[in-house]
Structures are given as C-alpha cells and as structure tokens.
Design a protein around this ligand. Structure first.
Ligand SMILES: [Zn+2]
Length: 542
C-alpha cells in the first residue's frame, strides 16, 4: 500500500458566479458550487478501501452532517477545492478514485437539473431529448481538475509540505493546459448567459415550444420572454429544489433578500463587502514568519489546525457577526467572506470581521486580511457592484505604505450618477493595531451634521486642491496642512466637546499623513459624510 496526496477542484468559479443579475442568482451560483463540492467530499470520505483523510478543509462526515443540518445550511461554506490523503496500491487506483469523484460531481449537478426540468417541462413528450441536452450542457460546463503525488519516504526531501507543493503545482499546470471544447450551436441561445443553447425539443422550426410549456410555478420565476439553458435554469430554480431537499430545515432557504431589502425608503443605499485573508499561501506553507503560533513544523497536523481555525472563523464567527449586523452572507468559506449589509451597520460590522480574523476565533493573532467595500444605490446594476467590489478587494491587497503591505480596506461609493469615489486605508494606524481607522471613521460619522458641520471638508478641498497636482500630494510641509486643517475643523465645530474635537482632529491628520493621495483622503471624508447623511435621515424618519 502506498500513500498519496490528492487535490481536486471544481470550476469554473468565475462563470458560475458571473451572469448574476440579482442577489438571488448570485446566492444560488455560490451555493450550487459549494453543494457540488460537499457531495464530492462525501463520496471521497465514503470510499472505504482508500482510508481517505481530508486535510483541507479538514472535515469529517459527522462535521458535514452537522453543518448541513444546522442553522447555516443555506450559506455556501465550502471552498471549490479540497486536499486529501489516501492509500492505494498503485497510481491507476488513484486515477479510478478520481474518476469516481468526477462522476459524483457531475451526477449531483445533473440530478439538480433533472429536478428543475421536471418542474418546468413536466408534461412534455420531448422530455428525454431535453434531458439529454441538459446532461450534455452540464458536463461540458463543469471544469473538474485533479492531481496527485505519491508520498513515500524513499523520495529525497519527501516532507509533507514538499509533496503538497508538488501536487499544487501539478494542478496549476493541468488547469493551464486545459482544452477548450467548442460548442456547436443548433438552436436559440440562452437569454441569461448568452453562450449555451436554450433548452429545446430538437425541432428547430418550433423554437418557441420551450417557453410555451413553462410551468407558471412561483419558484420558477421565468419570464415570458426568457429562454434558459440547463445551467441557468438549474441556478434559477435552485432555491426551490434545495428547499425540498432540506425539508427538515423549513426556516432555511428563505429567498435571498434583494438589494432593496438592505436599503430603506429614506436611504436607498446598501453595502456589499468582500474579504480575504492576506498571504494565505504563506500561512499554508509556513514561510516569511507566517506560521501559526505554537507550531514549528509544516506537517499534516499543521494543516489540519489551519483548516480547523478557518472553519471556526467562517462557520461561527463570521455568521454571528453578519447576523448581528442585520446583514446576509452569500459566502463564508475558509478565509473568504462575501456579504450584504445595511449602511448603518457597515462600519461596525467590518471592524468586527477584521478583529475576529486575528483573534482566537480567527486564523492567528498575527494574521491580517484585506477587504473591498462598495456602497451602491439599490438601482445600480448588481453586476457592476460585484465587479467593483472584486476590483476594490484587489486594490486593498495591493495596498502599500511606508510601514506595511496589505491589511487594508478599499471603499468605493457609487453615486446615483454612476460616479465612483474610492479610498484605500490600512485597518490600523499603529503597529500594535490599536488605533483603528474604522473607529475614527465611526467617530467622525457620529458627530458630522450634529456637532460638527461638514463644511470643513469643502473648505479644506478649496484651500489645497489648486496646489495638489492631479490629486496627488504636493510637496508641501505637513505642518502647513495640519495647521489649516485644524483651523477649518475647529471653525466647523458646533458645540463639539473640545477634547473630542482635538483628538478627532489629530486622528484624522494621522489618516491624512498615511493617505497615498490628497484626493483619496478627500474621498474618504466624503464617504463618511455621505454615510452620516443617509443614516441621520433614516433615524429622523423613525
Ligand atoms: Zn444559460
């Protein structure tokens, strides 16, 4: 018997999640991917002859049962890949193991599609034709990659970590060398993805038959002018199908709130956040001083501990924080979080998420994370909001100032006119991570419009923007800026307690001094002013 490390991934993640026009589609795509992975992991754990042990995520069947039977069963919680250890006599046995997993992934998807097709085309004679077309579309859509490496002590330097790196490299090269299949198209294309054939009966002369036979089911939510392919149809009907499958958990699988539910009548803006742990590759490999405290060796036990901590973070800490903030999670798996939240809870929620990541309920005290945050009007197309939040998360990850890299948050405010204001700040101003930028933002937000007029912001802009080249910081002594800023903000004070005014002023100046650009600092202040205006108005209405 030999021991192997084996990695398996399901995609394409981007295509799964792209083409989401509503929060509901977005939820169902993320959930579907997580569900396929869960069923595949189960198949791996159930294959008795290989003595399989999941290493990342380090879950057992019992833990999966607990998760799927618990109150968060409707949150996508599994990453789209897993790493495991197995025993086999020879390479060929590992390949046949992999083939069985592939089969499980695809069949799971096809079964969901069958449910969807039965709901929509239940009485149609041409049912079998549609079913075959759907099976073909699904198996062509799903991209499954896997790689493995024998792990024996005969090989030199065959440490667990070296073998793991070899397997990961192999997986990456398999992905790079994938063959794109060209899909022949015989009928009208799907109105959602625009890339696959809409499901049809094979009779090209009657391309309308599909929509004529759509059951007007309340779960179906298919409009008269829509024609869907198997992938888009399955996503569209996913919630109803999952609801039936998880019958015991009746309170779950409630429709995902639309962005309209995160906005209010007086405040039509909401926020979406995307968070990601920094340097996860380094933490996993234990390099650059990024190794869990208490560990010296990068072995199986180390990876199980990383996986266990991330499971606590994404399975308990994050759902609790998001729930308390009246937000809704789309995805919380490993170090990745994606959630919607009402504007008035945004700042306190993101501060809690960042804090918990470097606590005992997160990865490690030294661990850091970056985040993209977008504030958008409820009528802004969701696709644009999602693209922007992803872009901003990337900007936060690329953040760099004189003393640190990453560990930042990038805000974007998409105004009703479509204009975007962006501001990127580190989470903390000091090395000990006690002076939180978000807490300073909250303090300013609370006094603005109340005991501090926001006029100082415009006067500050007027005073300096003419000498700031293209919004960059001019080569100007910081004292001059400080002096003028202090003067303007104190003039704007309306009975704000002097001590509070002083400390707020100094903290804001610290933010200015680490701001990369003049315009970035101004945008940050404008974003705070914007939030303060929206939230204050909401409270007056109540
Ligand atoms: Zn489609």
């Amino acid at each position: 018997m030999k021991t192997y490390l084996f990695v398996y991934s399901i995609g394409p993640v981007q295509s799964f999640i792209a083409a989401a026009r509503k929060t509901e589609d977005f939820w169902s795509s993320s959930y579907l991917l997580s569900y396929l992975n869960e069923k595949t992991i189960r198949a791996a754990l159930e294959s008795k002859q290989h003595n399989v042990k999941l290493l990342s995520p380090a879950v057992t069947i019992e833990q999966l049962d607990e998760q799927m039977g618990g109150g968060s069963a409707d949150v996508a919680a599994l990453p789209n890949r897993f790493l495991l250890r197995l025993d086999a006599n020879q390479d060929l046995d590992v390949i046949s193991f992999a083939k069985q997993l592939e089969q499980r992934t695809i069949v799971t998807f096809q079964e969901l599609a069958t449910d969807a097709i039965n709901k929509v085309f239940g009485t149609l004679n041409e049912h079998q034709y549609i079913k075959r077309l759907a099976d073909k579309q699904l198996s062509e859509f799903v991209e499954i990659f896997w790689a493995f490496e024998e792990w024996t002590n005969k090989v030199e330097n065959a440490s667990y970590n070296n073998i793991r790196l070899t397997v990961e490299k192999r997986l990456a090269s398999v992905k790079n060398n994938r063959i794109f299949t060209i899909q022949a198209q015989n009928a009208l294309v799907c109105t959602v993805c625009g890339s696959r054939e809409a499901l049809n009966t094979g009779d090209i002369s009657d391309s309308t038959i599909v929509q004529k036979n759509v059951v007007k089911d309340k779960d179906a939510r298919i409009k008269d002018n829509e024609r869907l392919c198997a992938v888009c149809l399955t996503k569209r009907l996913a919630r109803g199908i999952f609801k039936e499958r998880f019958e015991k958990e009746k309170q779950l699988f409630q429709p995902f709130p639309s962005v309209f539910d995160f906005a209010t009548q007086s405040n039509p803006y909401y926020a979406i956040i995307m968070m990601d742990g920094d340097d996860m590759g380094k933490w996993i490999s234990g390099i650059d001083n990024k190794i869990l405290s208490g560990f010296k060796n990068i072995d199986e036990a180390y990876h199980e501990e990383i996986s266990r901590r991330l499971t606590v973070f994404s399975g308990q800490s994050v759902p609790n924080i998001v729930k308390q903030s009246k937000g809704r999670l789309v995805y919380a798996g490993g170090d990745d979080v994606l959630a919607f939240v009402p504007l008035d809870e945004l700042l306190s929620m993101i501060q809690s998420l960042r804090e918990v990541f470097s606590s005992e309920n997160g990865l490690d005290m030294k661990a850091t994370a970056s985040m993209g945050v977008v504030i958008a009007h409820k009528k802004e197309p969701l696709q644009r909001v999602l693209t922007t939040v992803r872009e901003l998360e990337g900007k936060a990850k690329a953040y760099k100032n004189n003393v640190q890299q990453k560990d930042a948050v990038a805000f974007g405010l998409i105004s009703k006119s479509g204009q975007i204001r962006r501001a990127i700040v580190p989470w903390y101003l000091d090395e000990k991570k006690q002076l939180s930028v978000i807490e300073i933002m909250i303090r300013l937000r609370e006094v603005l419009g109340e005991t501090l007029s926001s006029t100082f912001l415009y006067h500050f802009y007027d005073a300096f923007s003419p000498i700031m080249p293209q919004g960059e910081k001019a080569d100007l002594a910081q004292e001059i800026i400080d002096l003028e800023f202090r003067r303007l903000i104190s003039r704007a004070s309306k009975n704000l307690n002097q001590n509070e005014l002083n400390s707020l002023t100094e903290d804001l100046l610290k933010i200015y001094s680490i701001s990369l650009t003049f315009v970035g600092f101004l945008h940050l202040l404008e974003i705070i002013r914007f939030m303060s205006g929206k939230i204050a108005r909401k409270e007056e209405d109540q």
